[in-house]
Design a protein around this ligand. Structure first.
Ligand SMILES: Nc1ncnc2c1ncn2[C@@H]1O[C@H](COP(=O)(O)OP(=O)(O)OP(=O)(O)O)[C@@H](O)[C@H]1O
Ligand SMILES: [Mg+2]
Length: 268
């Protein structure tokens, strides 16, 4: 069971964003999709859950071929694939509790469950997800506007986790966050993936984070896959774009980490 792209192409007007792209995501791994702005990273994620339709090729989520599904069937795929958007996108008029519980009350979830969950079970699940993202129950009755941006991101993650998806899709989870919150969110993605044994796909610009927590890294450029490899192999890549990415990443590291990382990256 996993996600697989088989010769997927997508154009907008005359611009070919993905050109016969094929890759697979192994069960339980953290796959980072890296690439410059506009190279089709978000388009790739959106196609996985049918928010955008591929022009040609096949996309498999487990045994389902996503490009052939109708909206009703896609709702089932979206139950399995929890998407965490770049901005928290919480419902401002609902409390944190209600936001996290939201996905446990949708018709699709109730259908999958075979009936509505008792309110004590909803309560239990909300608290469990809240603790997974390291927030205390004090925030449950607060509204999103009363929380910091980093806390809102955690709530948004808890909300995505509530219906227990098999896959977590993150689109730029740390863009716009300060370095400390960025580290905390990255650690959280790593710990959640390993603890809950979900398969995670993380779209990012953040090579430093990919080098820290990714099992494999996919680099998209000009419609093609430039690299699809383990993070250890990525450090040895000879592709000029990847070398550029790596040296930029090194320059941003604190001095005490830089020397060691540079030694690894240039050990080819
Ligand atoms: N719905 C759409 N309609 C028209 N063009 C689109 C649409 N979605 C994406 N594109 C175009 O497809 C290309 C790839 O977009 P995408 O959002 O996947 O880039 P990205 O790699 O995620 O970039 P960024 O790092 O800036 O988020 C861009 O040129 C974008 O303008
Ligand atoms: Mg994007």
């Amino acid at each position: 069971m996993s996600i697989r792209f088989d010769r997927v192409s997508k154009s907008f007007g005359t611009k070919r964003v993905l050109d016969e792209v094929s890759f697979d995501v192994k069960t339980g791994e953290i796959l980072f999709i890296l690439g410059r702005s506009g190279m089709g990273k978000s388009v790739t994620l959106k196609q996985m859950i049918g928010l955008l339709k591929a022009d040609s090729g096949n996309i498999f989520v487990d045994d389902q071929e996503v490009t052939r599904l109708n909206e009703n069937q896609l709702a089932g795929v979206r139950q399995k694939c929890g998407m965490v958007f770049q901005h928290p996108a919480l419902l401002d008029s609902l409390t944190v509790f209600e936001n996290i519980a939201f996905g446990l009350k949708t018709p699709q979830f109730i259908k999958r469950q075979g009936g509505p969950l008792p309110s004590e079970e909803i309560q239990r699940r909300v608290q469990q997800k809240l603790s997974l993202v390291h927030l205390s129950t004090d925030v449950l009755e607060r509204f999103p506007s009363e929380l910091s941006y980093g806390m809102q991101k955690r709530v948004s993650l808890a909300r995505t986790l509530a219906p227990s998806p098999s896959y977590l899709l993150f689109d730029e989870p740390t863009t716009g966050l300060d370095p400390i919150t960025t580290n905390a969110i990255n650690d959280l993605i790593h710990d959640l993936s390993k603890k809950l044994q979900v398969t995670s796909i993380v779209v990012s610009h953040d090579m430093a984070c990919a080098l820290k927590i990714a099992d494999r890294v996919l680099v998209l450029d000009q419609g093609k896959i430039l690299a699809h490899t383990t993070r250890a192999q990525l450090k040895l890549s000879k592709e000029p774009l990847i070398r550029d990415f790596l040296s930029e990443t090194l320059a941003l590291l604190p001095p005490e980490e830089r020397a060691e990382a540079r030694a690894e990256v240039t050990a080819t």
